[in-house]
Write a protein that binds this ligand. Structure first.
Ligand SMILES: C[S@@+](CC[C@H](N)C(=O)[O-])C[C@H]1O[C@@H](n2cnc3c(N)ncnc32)[C@H](O)[C@@H]1O
Length: 303
């Protein structure tokens, strides 16, 4: 109830601040972009002001206008709330690729919600479109193309390592995978990597006026999509129990050694980083028994 009240106060405060700003400065003479940025910076103050309160993340995403939690858009708020609740008061460094918005309204709504959730966090955000006006204390903005290794390396040089990385950029499978390969090493141990809007993996060709690089699930090309790639990787999470390394993909194996969990949810893929080399105690016995029986089959003994 308290959190609902606070979320309502956030909305009300947004209106109050907007009115105040309108009254105090020559609002009419300002460009739409300047107006947006003024309100945005006022909302930043509000976000920092409420950040110590235990408001559920989904309410913050909703109240600050993020499309991650709006009717008719996405409902990622509860998932993120569960994932990040134990980090709320930590010194979290979160990178979000893709800031959103348009020309006169440069987006950044989720960044406000992250700031309102992590009182001691640093938010780093990157987009192909320049959005320098959204920067503030402990909120840094970069212009990058997520399909450029040079841009991603430069971003890492400035800001890595991260506790949380969220890819909400172009949503093209090729970009999602390219970015993951470059950015996963920049994630700290026990960090979380999220790829949003992976529905595009299932879209072969043109959907909603955009040319996607997805495939039908019965098409062998599905394996090359972002979703298909992580489905394959999911097998390797149990690599410590493989009885031998025949036909094993070494790159996948190496990657899986650093991943403790792959979670698939509606439109989301979530990876947790950590060491996974530990085997179950019984594995040595299983492996030895399996090798003996293979050798005996190879010798033609089927009894
Ligand atoms: C869905 S919006 C992001 C919404 C935002 N994360 C939020 O939660 O409010 C996608 C963003 O990705 C950006 N984008 C598209 N292609 C990109 C690329 N190749 N590199 C980096 N950003 C890209 C777009 O400019 C757009 O701002």
């Amino acid at each position: 109830m308290v959190s609902l009240w606070v979320a309502r106060q956030c909305k009300a405060a947004e209106l109050v601040i907007k009115r105040l700003v309108q009254t105090l400065i020559s609002w009419e003479g300002k460009s739409e972009l300047d107006k947006y940025l003024l309100v945005y910076q006022a909302l930043s103050l509000l976000a920092r002001g409420v950040s110590l309160l235990p408001i559920p993340l989904w309410r913050l995403l909703r109240a600050f206008g993020s499309d991650k939690q709006q009717p008719g858009w996405h409902s990622y708020g509860n998932t993120y709330g569960e994932l990040f609740k134990h980090r709320k008061y930590g010194r979290v460094k979160l990178l979000e690729i893709g800031i959103g918005g348009y020309q006169d309204s440069p987006g950044g709504r989720s960044l406000l919600a992250w700031q309102a959730f992590f009182p001691f966090g640093t938010i780093v955000a990157a987009d192909i479109v320049p959005k320098p006006g959204l920067a503030a204390k402990r909120r840094r903005i970069y212009q990058i193309d997520q399909s450029s290794g040079k841009d991603l390396a430069a971003l890492c040089r400035e800001e890595a390592p991260f506790d949380i990385i969220i890819d909400d950029g172009s949503h093209l499978s090729a970009h999602q995978l390219f970015t993951f390969r470059h950015m996963f090493p920049a994630l700290k141990d026990f960090g979380v990597y999220v790829i949003e809007d992976v529905q595009t993996s299932f879209w072969p060709g043109r959907v909603m006026n955009v040319q996607w690089d997805g495939a039908r699930i019965d098409d062998p090309a599905f394996a090359q999509t972002c979703y298909g790639y992580f489905l394959e990787l999911a097998k390797y999470i149990n690599h410590a129990e493989f009885v031998d390394d025949q036909n094993v993909d070494e790159t996948m194996l190496e990657l899986a050694r650093q991943i403790t969990r792959v979670t698939f949810e509606h439109n989301l893929i979530i990876l947790s980083k950590g060491n996974t080399t530990e085997r179950t105690a019984s594995l040595v016995r299983v492996t030895t028994a399996w090798r003996r029986s293979s050798a005996s089959h190879a010798a033609g003994n089927y009894s």
